[in-house]
Design a protein around this ligand. Structure first.
Ligand SMILES: *Cc1c(COP(=O)(O)O)cnc(C)c1O
Length: 462
């Protein structure tokens, strides 16, 4: 169903193809299944893909079991780590490495699955799909790797020109499959996101071009990310008294931490004790958690570009729960936000602070954290992960394990790492020579009409 209440409920696969709901809201499951302690314990011996099946199948009502298993198995076979998401320890912090997929960022976890899911659904329906998305860096490459070379799919990715790291840029633009179209726009990530939202809101155009989303607004992405929270609840030894644990999540569009919020509601009461929302200097979400003030600021560039975001596209999903599942209220507040760039939720502060804690981490703190963890544990954090680690340290409570999500491999952000520790991180084999690779990209103004024309010319038609 939609957060704004304007559509009839749809089955899972329809929600996947819809992306954004047709009333402008975001899609959510009608109910969140509960996992009791006994069921949770019974999953202890499962490998990652089998666990993913157990978790995801509880939300999926219209894909046959054997097909779903096959999709999930293929999606995680591309990861280069034993059991997909290794846990490492730095003192009393647990680092959950989510970057072992083909593009070395956590978005692969959702997008390898979504790419396979799209291909599967299109083969069944005989339809085509033109994916349109805006990226602040990592989504684009992960999305492109998710669908490159797949039948019946073309992908158009907007990124802010020269505002993604050189490695991120090359990861996207050096993919030469015919179905991949990169567009660099003169503007910020938010400009790209606004263009995508505007194009999607034109239902006639969206239908004529069979447009679909791959941004974290797609429910299937959030769902795939719920899995590693459950995985951690099984594999981190939890508080010996009450079996709880905490997570610190480097946050931009609120997709990853929202998956944690869903996991928290699914798992036994108290299992996820705390979700720490970590932002960089783009602190709209930490202001929201700490003061109830959700108001747009200017996007500032930081060493963690995938979090250089103001309007968080998944925020509305949480708003729905915060407002007691009242779609009219959500629609009203989102209209207010669209008109004024601000909503005041301070009257809900008690609930918000039960759901999250938050810290905004400065650039100096990011570098100091990378240096500290390197010096003490000989482990290199990427700047996004460092934001989460710093916030995790700030909120850690005695006896409650803190799991810090490591969202990118440090080699993707070598400059920041070198600045912090005086040497670049080691490049994994998949990035060797990447900066010298041939690339292909259109550079355009942040102008919705131009981009609409480009899509019309290059889209795949039935
Ligand atoms: C996308 C991204 C984030 C932010 O995740 P959201 O789901 O947008 O909050 C953090 N770190 C890295 C490396 C990312 O690519």
């Amino acid at each position: 169903m939609s957060t704004r209440g304007g559509i009839q409920p749809v089955p899972f696969t329809k929600a996947v193809m819809m992306g954004l709901a047709e009333d402008g809201g975001l899609l959510l499951p009608r109910t969140i299944p509960r996992i009791d302690s006994q069921t949770l314990s019974s999953w202890k011996g499962l490998g990652y893909a089998d666990l993913a099946f157990e978790v995801m199948s509880r939300f999926i009502d219209d894909i046959p079991v054997s097909d779903l298993k096959n999709l999930i198995n293929r999606s995680y076979a591309t990861f280069d780590a034993a059991d997909v998401v290794p846990l490492v320890h730095c003192g009393n912090l647990h680092i959950l490495e989510l970057f072992h997929g083909p593009t070395l960022a956590f978005k692969d976890i959702a997008l390898q699955f979504l790419g396979n899911l799209f291909e599967y659904l299109l083969a069944k329906s005989g339809e085509v799909l033109n994916i349109l998305g805006a990226t602040s860096g990592d989504t684009g490459s992960a999305a492109i790797y998710g669908v490159r070379g797949k039948d019946r799919i073309r992908i158009f990715i907007l990124h802010p020109h020269k505002r993604v790291s050189p490695v991120q840029e090359k990861q996207m633009t050096s993919i030469m499959d015919d179905n991949v179209f990169n567009i660099a726009i003169h503007g910020s990530f938010d400009d790209g996101q606004a263009i995508v939202k505007q194009i999607f809101s034109d239902i006639e155009f969206k239908t004529a071009l069979s447009l679909g989303a791959i941004n974290s607004i797609n429910w299937a992405r959030v769902l795939a990310q719920v899995v590693y929270y459950v995985h951690s609840a099984l594999h981190v030894s939890r508080h010996e008294n009450d079996g709880s644990l905490a997570f610190s999540v480097p946050t931009g569009n609120f997709g990853d931490i929202f998956a944690g919020y869903i996991a928290k509601r699914m798992l036994p009461e108290g299992c996820i004790r705390q979700l720490v929302l970590a932002t960089n200097a783009n602190d709209i979400l930490s202001r929201f958690v700490n003061k109830g003030d959700y108001s747009l600021g200017q996007v500032v560039q930081t060493s963690s570009p995938s979090m250089d975001i103001q309007a968080a596209s998944n925020f509305e999903r949480y708003l729905y729960y915060l407002l007691d599942k009242e779609p009219q209220q959500v629609a009203k507040l989102m209209a207010e936000f669209a008109a004024t760039g601000r909503i005041d939720l301070s009257s809900h502060l008690d609930q918000i602070r039960r759901d999250f804690a938050a810290t905004a981490v400065s650039e100096d703190e990011v570098l100091a954290t990378i240096a500290e963890i390197y010096n003490e544990y000989d482990y290199i954090l990427d700047p996004h992960t460092a934001v989460g680690v710093k916030a995790g340290q700030d909120h850690q409570k005695p006896g409650i394990p803190m799991v810090c999500l490591a969202t990118a491999h440090p080699a993707k952000f070598g400059d920041a790492v070198e600045k912090a520790i005086g040497r670049p991180p080691t490049y994994p084999e998949s990035l060797t020579g990447i900066l010298e690779r041939e690339s292909r990209c259109e550079i355009m103004d942040a102008d919705v009409d131009q981009i609409r024309d480009y899509l019309r010319k290059n889209a795949l038609y039935r």
